[in-house]
Each structure stands twice: as C-alpha cells, then as structure tokens.
Design a binder for this molecule. Structure first.
Ligand SMILES: NC(=O)c1ccc[n+]([C@@H]2O[C@H](COP(=O)([O-])OP(=O)(O)OC[C@H]3O[C@@H](n4cnc5c(N)ncnc54)[C@H](OP(=O)(O)O)[C@@H]3O)[C@@H](O)[C@H]2O)c1
Length: 328
C-alpha cells in the first residue's frame, strides 16, 4: 500500500473483537502498516494476552499497540470505551466493527433468545458503538473510515421473500426506522415459527446470522447515505466487507488464513480518499454489490464440515429456485 500512504502513527484505529480470529489479523495488519491500533475484547485477560503476543511480533512497533476492554453489547462498556478514547487519544480515524457471533443452532431452526443475541451482537451493537464513536471521528482531508465486517451469507438474492428483499434494498426510501421495523418483523416471525413460510434467508442453515448481516448491510448503506452529506474535510466512508470462508473459531477452522480474510478490511481502512467509495460491499478488494455476493475461499483448506456447508449452499439454491417458480 506504500505509494498511496496517507496515514502515520498519528492515525488511530479501533478494532472490535480483536483478541482472536479475523479481528486479531486486522489489528495486526493495521499495526504492521504503522497505524496506532487499539485492540478491544470483552474479556480483559484474553485481550491483554493477545496484546502481549502482538508486542513480541518483530514486524510491529510495540508502541503502536494499545488495549481497552469493550463488550460491544453493553451500553456501559461502550460509554466507558468512548470516554477513554476521547481522553487518551482525542478521537479516532478508523473503526473496524468486527466482533460477531454465529449463533449456530445445529439441528434446530432457531428460537427467540438466540435470534435476539445474534441480532444484538452483529447488528445492534455495531449501530450503538458507531453512534457513540462517530462524533469522535476526526475530520481530515483523508476522510475517516468505518469498516463493517459482514458476510456473503447476507446476499439479498438468498432472501426468498422478494417483497422484503425489495424493501431492504430500496436505499432511497430506507431509513433507520424502517430497518427497526424489519428487525421487529423478523423477531415476530421467529417467535411464531414463520421463518420458513416468510422466506427469510437460511444460508448454511443459519437464519439469525444471515438476517443479522442483512440488517448490518442495510444500516451501513443508510449510514453512508447520511454521512455523504458531510462537507469536504469531514468525510467518513462506511463500507461492508466479507472476509470469505476464513479459518477461525467461528468457521470451525475451515477456509483460508485469517491474514487472507483480513486483507480487504485493511485495504478498505487504508484506501486513499480519492479512490474510496461509501455504502458499498467488498469481497477480495472488489465492489461486488449486495445482491449476489460471491462465495470466496482462497484455497480449499477444509474439514468435512465444509462439504456440509457446500451441500447447504446447493440445497439453498434449489429451494430458492423452486420457491420462485411457485410464486411467479
Ligand atoms: N470466519 C469466517 O469464515 C467468517 C466469514 C464471514 C464473516 N465473518 C465475520 O468475521 C467477524 C469475525 O469472526 P471470526 O471468524 O474471527 O470469529 P471468532 O474467531 O469467533 O471471533 C469473534 C470475535 O468477536 C468477539 N465477540 C463476540 N461477541 C462479542 C461482544 N459482545 N463484545 C466484544 N467482542 C465480542 C469474540 O470474543 P470472544 O473471544 O470473547 O468470544 C472474538 O474476539 C464476525 O463478524 C463474523 O461474522 C467470519
């Protein structure tokens, strides 16, 4: 990224859920580029252990690494974190919303408690944290950046319910209130056992995960649209990305390395303003849109679990086709 380098050690980046997996790889990558990087984790001990190991990495200047506890689902933790950032650094330039849970419910559709937990972490927490930090994002000619780690499972063509797909992708009319309404509708459908009937997405058998990332994407688009009204010198770019199938605890160690998965998030965080777009979805450094996000895996490194995943994808595609035939 050398020649387009606009950042320095004065540039402050925050990465949520960075004690392991993709968050750690994103934080490591930013620090290796010379950005002051704040790792965060809900578990203080796990967080400090990660920081200690990063500081041993010869490719990184240890003075660039900082840590603060942050449970993204806790209002008081967010508040305390925002206060700390303001006092210690005066603000931030890059926010990577990475923390997430899969909420997988093997063998079962889902249940209200699970749905709420997944939506709280993967969507609502991003919204609340972003809202708390946005006023601390520092104005500059380079623009500040919000990178939301989403997933290919949010692709809109996997939503069998076309009316919902239209509503959520109609960006001109979409508002935060409309997204809240859609979340409410989803939770009511879970409560009343209507998720199949209503045609919600179920890639990899994970209704809640798919929905939480669809809501996250919709939020990012509305946010980007609102932020686009900011004047020059105060720009904030907000985008989503998919790391592809990445070998972490969440994927049960299927997929490419966390370094490969982290690449697009780091690239988006450090892209020069002149090349930056906002409110878009990226995979493998490409703007791929929200409708048919490609399934990305760099190198097939998998256990038998991935074959199950692939079979789920094929099954999903068949169901989608027959559902469309029926509702023509
Ligand atoms: N791996 C993939 O194939 C893949 C594909 C597409 C998208 N993603 C997305 O990539 C992101 C990172 O996932 P990963 O694969 O790296 O999974 P991971 O290894 O399970 O890491 C998830 C991270 O999020 C943290 N986290 C969860 N809930 C939190 C909370 N309430 N507050 C703060 N931190 C919290 C976890 O902390 P603990 O250690 O305390 O649990 C952990 O650090 C997620 O948003 C995921 O949806 C992953």
């Amino acid at each position: 990224m050398g020649s387009n380098r606009w950042w320095s050690r004065e540039t402050i980046a925050v990465v949520t859920g960075s004690n392991k997996g993709l968050g750690l790889a994103i934080a490591r990558g930013l620090a290796m580029e010379g950005v002051t990087t704040i790792l965060t984790a809900r578990d203080e001990l796990r967080g400090w252990e990660t920081v200690d190991s990063l500081k041993q990495d010869e490719r990184i200047d240890p003075s660039l690494i900082h840590f603060h506890r942050l449970d993204v689902t806790s209002a008081s933790s967010i508040q305390e974190f925002a206060r700390w950032i303001k006092t210690k650094f005066g603000g931030l330039d890059i926010l990577v919303n990475n923390a997430g849970i899969s909420g997988a419910t093997p063998g079962a559709l889902t249940n209200l408690e699970n749905s709420k937990a997944v939506i709280d972490t993967n969507y609502l927490a991003v919204r609340k944290l972003t809202e708390s930090l946005i006023s601390l994002m520092r104005p500059s000619s380079h623009g500040a950046r919000i990178v939301n780690v989403s997933s290919g499972t949010s692709r809109l063509d996997a939503l069998q319910n076309q009316a919902l797909a239209h509503k959520i992708s109609n960006i001109d009319e979409l508002s935060m209130e409309a997204i809240d309404e859609i979340v409410k509708e989803y939770l009511e459908d879970v409560e009343h056992g209507r998720v199949i009937e209503k045609g919600w997405s179920r890639m990899f058998g994970a209704y809640d995960y798919c929905f939480s990332k669809i809501a996250l994407n919709a939020y990012t688009r509305v946010l980007a649209r609102d932020l686009s009204k900011l004047p020059e010198g105060h720009k904030i770019f907000a985008n989503c990305m998919c790391p592809g199938v990445t070998s972490t605890a969440m994927s049960r160690n299927n997929g490419h390395s966390a370094e490969v998965g982290a690449d697009t998030a780091i690239w988006l965080a450090l892209r020069p303003a002149i090349e930056s777009s906002s409110g878009r979805f990226f995979s493998k450094r490409n703007d791929v849109g929200f409708d048919r996000i490609p399934f990305y895996i760099e190198k097939v490194v998998y256990t038998s679990d991935l074959e199950d995943f692939m079979e789920c994808m094929r099954k999903q595609e068949r169901t989608r086709k027959s559902w469309r035939e029926k509702t023509k």
